[in-house]
Design a protein around this ligand. Structure first.
Ligand code: ZN
Length: 67
């Protein structure tokens, strides 16, 4: 149950490691090094899924804005 996924050196911002974090609204992926949070489309691409039509238009569902 507590197994979270890891993507080494997959951050497109700093080249750091991405980690799946389970938040209140569900799992999301963020960078361990810089705190960059992946948008919906980026996350799907990372998981090897095709971007959902409309997901890009919806503007990458941001839960938080990293300063
Ligand atoms: Zn990063």
């Amino acid at each position: 149950m507590s197994k979270s996924q890891f993507w080494l050196k997959a951050c497109n911002r700093c080249g750091g490691d991405l980690r799946e974090v389970v938040g209140i609204e569900g799992p999301y992926v963020m960078c361990v090094q810089c705190g960059h949070e992946l948008g919906f489309a980026e996350e799907r691409a990372l998981r090897g899924l095709a971007p959902e039509p409309g997901a890009v238009a919806a503007g990458a569902k941001r839960r938080r804005v990293a300063a």
